[in-house]
Write a protein that binds this ligand. Structure first.
Ligand SMILES: Cc1ncc(COP(=O)(O)O)c(C=O)c1O
Length: 398
């Protein structure tokens, strides 16, 4: 029996008086699951935010798995790994990830950010120099252990990196497999060539946007480039394409044991069992339907990019589900995003990586979107731009 207070709380409408303006993107409050559509307060939108790339965050099987595990195990194991914090769903999830990634073992962590921290704490040696790509995700850069020398490079200038690497015997190169803002894929093939000549170097790929999306079997950016090497490490999240939560590192038995020995891993409570169960269900779905979902996803992204370019919008398709759109010069991107929201389309305007960045329109496609959604997005974008131009022209004639 669910107490009445909870059901009535969940059913309560989120009115503007309770939560500041519902149609201002900075104040949006989700009021339903994220899928092809979602609800912000009481406003239904076609959803191009988030990173539910394969539509699994709202899949009946993942929801059922989470519900079943909540009934069987409760909502938390309430203990860290050092004591009694390991439950069957954790073991099953680590096995499922290893099976999916084709590795001997896998370690699960509290988040993708934690996976970066646990990996870097586990493998960095005191005499390493870290070379961090300048647009790397903050959780990757901030995971470098203190007192380790850190230098920066740009993936657009690998000659500079080559210069920086001269005379370096031990080091780590850190990079995102897929850029979170532009969708661009990192040149791992070129980085790998640089490293092969220097056995003391290792490459760490934060592949939170690439894993389960790229590669023949969906193992991510490293597989996309056909790289297999124990000099290359990959971290992933389960909160994006897997539609669940938590981070992971898949690798050899030795690597995973080394990571399980880190304090962060040992002393933290692992994922809630319902969350672990949802991830297991997602992996099972991907093992049977993954290539269809990935194909649908990338088809959607390519279709949108082609239509946008035909309509004269500046956008680039890198073969990933993330697209950034540059509106025409005379149209304000933030206003365009707010205008589309009123028309029932959520196309986020993002200031990244910090709140004072200039900002841009950045959207994430999902395999759950239909062609009619994408056509409607394009039509609405054109109409919104025209409205903005008419308004500006009217103001100028006053
Ligand atoms: C590139 C990248 N790395 C790491 C993370 C962190 O993953 P999580 O949200 O699972 O902590 C994110 C999340 O947005 C990300 O975009």
């Amino acid at each position: 029996m669910i107490p009445r207070i909870l059901t009535s709380w969940l059913a309560q409408p989120l009115t503007p008086t309770q939560h500041a303006p519902p149609l201002e993107s900075a104040h949006l409050i989700l009021n339903g699951p994220v899928g092809r559509h979602t609800r912000f307060s009481d406003h239904e939108v076609t959803f191009y935010g988030g990173t539910n790339y394969l539509g699994l965050a709202n899949h009946p099987l993942t929801r059922m798995a989470a519900g079943y595990a909540a009934l069987k195990y409760g909502t938390s194991v309430a203990a860290s790994r050092i004591t009694t914090g390991t439950a069957k769903p954790h073991i099953m999830l680590e096995r499922s990830l290893a099976l999916y990634m084709g590795t001997k073992d896998a370690v699960i962590c509290g988040s993708g950010g934690d996976a970066n921290r646990i990996l870097l704490n586990g493998i960095t040696n005191f005499n390493d120099v870290v070379f961090c790509e300048q647009t790397a995700h903050p959780t990757l850069l901030e995971s470098v252990p203190k007192n380790i020398r850190t230098q920066f490079f740009s993936q657009d200038d690998l000659t500079d990196l080559e210069h920086q690497l001269q005379g370096i015997d031990h080091g780590l190169i850190l990079i995102n497999g897929v850029n979170a803002l532009t969708g661009r894929i990192a040149p791992l093939d070129q980085l790998y060539q640089l490293m092969r000549q220097r056995p003391g170097l290792r490459l760490v790929v934060d592949d939170c946007h690439g894993v389960f999306v790229l590669g023949l079997r969906g193992k991510g950016t490293v597989e996309h480039f056909g790289i297999r090497s124990d000099q290359v490490f990959q971290t992933g999240t389960m909160s994006k394409a897997l539609g669940s939560f938590g981070g992971f590192i898949a690798g050899s038995k030795e690597l995973c044991q080394q990571l399980r020995d880190t304090t962060t891993y040992r002393a933290s409570t692992p994922l809630p069992p319902p969350v672990a169960a949802a991830s297991i269900a997602s992996i099972a779905l991907l093992l049977s339907r993954g290539s269809d979902l990935r194909r649908a996803l990338l088809h959607n992204a390519k279709y949108l990019a082609t239509r946008l370019n035909d309509l004269g919008f500046e956008t680039t398709f890198y073969g990933t589900p993330i697209l950034s759109i540059k509106p025409p010069q005379d149209v304000d991107a933030k206003k365009l995003s707010d205008d589309l929201l009123r028309e029932g389309i959520y196309l986020p305007f993002i200031r990244y990586p910090h709140k004072d960045s200039p900002g841009q329109l950045r959207l994430a496609l999902s395999a759950a979107h239909l062609q009619e959604d994408i056509d409607a997005l394009c039509d609405q974008l054109v109409q919104a731009c025209n409205r903005h131009r008419e308004q500006s022209a009217a103001i100028q004639t006053i």
